[in-house]
Write a protein that binds this ligand. Structure first.
Ligand SMILES: Nc1nc2c([nH]c(=O)n2[C@H]2C[C@H](O)[C@@H](COP(=O)(O)OP(=O)(O)OP(=O)(O)O)O2)c(=O)[nH]1
Ligand SMILES: [Mg+2]
Length: 137
């Protein structure tokens, strides 16, 4: 008889942050740890008693030191990696104040939508990027 233990499930709020030049903010994960060195949209785990919008606003302040307005829902992705299941709830967001700083990541960049293909993202992000490209057509 084999016993399988369920993989951990993380609920993550994710921000697609736009500036006035219609660029999107992406960050590179630290080299060590899960999905190290890959690019991502900033965000993180939801805390209890928090809405997804509150989670996104808090994570962006903690990780990048900036203020944003959380806008329209873009997509929710359920994805299972080998040792981890994630639910990524993605919202369009707007940069309001502050210069983004790489507080909890290796690097950050403002990029055009058509430049996203040049960066390596986690597997779950393929669907997010497709949704973004389709929503802007
Ligand atoms: N923020 C973010 N996370 C993503 C994206 N795509 C993707 O698969 N993920 C995964 C990577 C992580 O496992 C998880 C984000 O959780 P997290 O940033 O709070 O957690 P972490 O793994 O960095 O670290 P920890 O706090 O659990 O130690 O979601 C994305 O575009 N943005
Ligand atoms: Mg994070």
């Amino acid at each position: 008889m084999s016993v399988t233990s369920p993989v951990p499930h993380k609920i993550i709020g994710v921000a697609v942050i736009w500036n006035h030049q219609k660029q999107i903010l992406i960050d590179r994960r630290l080299p060590q740890g899960t999905m190290g060195g890959l690019w991502e949209f900033p965000g993180g785990k939801i805390e209890h008693d928090e809405t997804i919008q509150e989670c996104i606003k808090r994570e962006i302040h903690e990780e990048l030191g900036i203020e944003i307005v959380v806008g329209e829902h873009l997509i929710t992705i359920n994805h299972t990696y080998t040792h981890l299941q994630v639910t990524l709830t993605v919202h369009h967001c707007h940069h309001v104040q502050g210069i983004p700083q790489a507080i909890e990541c290796a690097e950050i960049r403002w990029v055009d939508l058509n430049e996203l293909d040049q960066f390596t993202f986690p597997e779950a992000n393929i669907e997010i990027i497709t949704a973004l490209q389709n929503s802007k057509k």
